[in-house]
Ligand binder design. Structure first.
Ligand SMILES: [Fe+2]
Ligand SMILES: [Fe+2]
Length: 303
């Protein structure tokens, strides 16, 4: 656990970095509607994610499922994770609009915020189409998470906007980076992942940069408040990755399956693995401690 006294990273050239990110966006941005073959059929014999990453992998419920059901569950779980992606990208778009509202639009870093909003607009449509193609629905979140998301996107300030963004982006990114070269994974999932990995690399660079810059200016009270809210963001995002309704869709009891997944050491290890980079970044900055850290732990993000 790190204290408030952690030395902030050396000041960086905000405009210079934003300029490079804008140049990267001009060179490598993709329109998923054009790039991806949405009419290609989904091969039911393939996985949507490697089996070891499915939430029930290695449990007695996994043993009960046929190979066909396991593959269906992999498709539904990726659809569920994409739905959480849409949820958070929608939250992020609103937060970035609010962020830009307060700043000079002729600066490069604000122009990058607008560019990122445009990226996220395309991503949400891409993820929504993916959910449909995988044979799932965009299952609604439980009211507590849905309304806390509404509150968060309305009140979040500087460091929370970018630490929250970084958390969700890094977790999704780990799953997608692993999927891109994996030949047992559906070509559709790999194509979606490839686009997202390229564009999110810039978003994460931007989020890290803006988070550190803002965090360094905040006093102890603001930091303490931010740590608790950030813990809640991590908790609600990580514990909602797999909507229990997907278990019902493969014929399992959703409550039992959700309970088994929550305690599944493989699934906890997967979440810890997916969050390891962002945990390192935020923990080093002193943003994961106290009550906030309790939520990170409870969500299975610290092993
Ligand atoms: Fe995105
Ligand atoms: Fe993003």
């Amino acid at each position: 656990m790190t204290a408030d006294t952690t030395a902030p990273p050396k000041p960086t050239d905000r405009e210079g970095i934003a300029k490079r990110l804008l140049r990267g966006s001009a060179k490598a941005s993709f329109d998923p509607l054009v790039e991806i073959d949405w009419d290609a059929p989904v091969d039911k014999d393939m996985w949507a994610v490697r089996p070891e990453r499915v939430s029930l992998y290695g449990t007695y419920l996994w043993e009960r499922l046929t190979d066909e059901q396991r593959k269906e569950l992999s498709r539904l779980e990726i659809a569920s994770i994409a739905t959480i992606g849409i949820w958070f990208e929608t939250i992020l778009m609103q937060m970035l609009v609010r962020h830009a509202y307060d700043h000079d639009p002729t600066t490069k870093h604000v122009q990058y915020a607008y560019t990122e909003i445009a990226d996220e607009c395309r991503h949400t449509v891409m993820f929504a189409k993916l959910v449909e193609k995988l044979g799932s629905k965009a299952y609604k979140l439980d009211p507590a998470a849905h309304n806390l998301g509404r509150l968060f996107k309305t009140i979040a300030h500087g460091p929370l906007i970018f630490a929250g963004a970084l958390f969700v982006e890094e977790v999704l990114d780990q799953f997608q980076r692993e999927a891109v070269p994996d030949e047992q994974v559906l070509p559709l999932v790999r194509a979606v992942s490839r686009i997202h990995v390229v564009e999110e690399a810039r978003h994460m660079r931007y989020a890290r940069e803006e988070f550190h810059r803002d965090w360094a200016t905040r006093g102890p009270l603001n930091r303490a408040y931010s740590r608790v809210i950030l813990g809640l963001v991590a908790y609600y995002s990580a514990t909602r990755l797999i909507n229990p309704k997907v278990y019902a869709q493969v014929g399992l009891d959703p409550r039992e399956a959700a309970r088994v997944a929550r305690r599944n050491p493989h699934w906890i290890a997967t979440k810890t693995w997916a969050a390891r980079k962002v945990v390192r970044t935020l923990d080093t900055a002193g943003a994961i401690s106290g009550l906030g850290r309790y939520f990170w732990k409870k969500a299975g993000l610290l092993g």
